[in-house]
Design a protein around this ligand. Structure first.
Ligand code: GAR
Length: 191
C-alpha cells in the first residue's frame, strides 16, 4: 500500500473545527516509533480551532471552503502534490469530498466517525443513539469511499452508554477513545 520503507509517510489532515483528533495525531506523529508525519493541515473553516495546533507545530495550513468542489478539487490536489502528501486523514471534516477527489486518492483516505458504523452514519450521532436507547455506542475508523460513512472498516471501539449520559457526556467519552483509536488505525494501515 502506502509504505515507504525507512521513511515516515507524509499525511494531510482535513479538519473543520476543534481539531482535538488533529492535536492528538500531531503528538503521536512526533514519537520515534511513529510511521507518519503530518505535513499539511487543510481546513474548511478559517477560524477552526485546530488550525492553532497546526501553526504551533509549524505545519503548513490551507483553507479551502469546498463550496464548489469542481473548482476546488484541482487546487487541493495541486497542494497535496506540492507537499508530497501520500495519505489523507479526515478528522472532524464536515464537508463531503467529491467522487472525483476520492477516486484520485482511492484507498488512501480514512475518516473517524463517532458511532459504531454501519449504525448512525451522518450527523447528530450521539442524540440519535440516545433517542434509540442503545446500550453501546463508540467510534469507527474507516476508508472513505463515495458513499457517506460507508467505506471498509479498519478499527472500532465500543463505549458503554450510561443511564446518566447526555449527548455531551457521551461525546466526551467517545472522543477520548477516538484519540486512542485513530493513531492505532493509522499505524496499522501504514505498516
Ligand atoms: C469527532 O468526534 C469526529 O469523530 C467527528 O467530529 C468530531 C471532531 O472532533 N466526525 C464526524 O462526525 C464526521 N462525520 P475534533 O475536531 O475535536 O477532532
Amino acid at each position: 500500500m502506502v509504505r515507504l520503507i525507512g521513511k515516515k509517510t507524509k499525511i494531510a489532515v482535513f479538519i473543520s473545527g476543534n481539531g482535538s483528533n488533529l492535536k492528538n495525531l500531531i503528538k503521536v506523529s512526533k514519537k520515534k516509533k511513529s510511521n507518519f508525519q503530518i505535513s499539511l493541515v487543510l481546513s474548511s473553516k478559517k477560524n477552526a480551532k485546530g488550525l492553532i495546533f497546526a501553526k504551533r507545530n509549524k505545519i503548513i495550513t490551507k483553507i479551502f471552503y469546498y463550496k464548489n468542489p469542481l473548482k476546488e478539487d484541482k487546487k487541493i490536489l495541486k497542494t497535496l502534490k506540492i507537499n508530497d502528501i501520500k495519505f489523507i486523514c479526515l478528522a472532524g471534516f464536515m464537508k463531503i469530498l467529491s467522487k472525483n477527489f476520492i477516486q484520485k486518492f482511492a484507498g488512501s483516505i480514512i475518516n473517524i466517525h463517532p458511532s459504531l458504523l454501519p449504525k448512525y452514519k451522518g450527523l447528530n450521532t450521539h442524540n440519535r443513539v440516545l433517542n434509540k436507547n442503545e446500550k453501546y455506542s463508540g467510534c469507527t475508523v474507516h476508508f472513505v469511499n463515495s458513499k457517506l460513512d460507508s467505506g471498509e472498516i479498519i478499527l472500532q471501539k465500543k463505549v458503554k452508554i450510561l443511564k446518566t449520559d447526555t449527548s455531551i457526556s457521551l461525546q466526551k467519552r467517545i472522543l477520548k477513545q477516538e484519540h486512542i483509536l485513530y493513531p492505532k488505525a493509522l499505524q496499522k494501515i501504514l505498516s
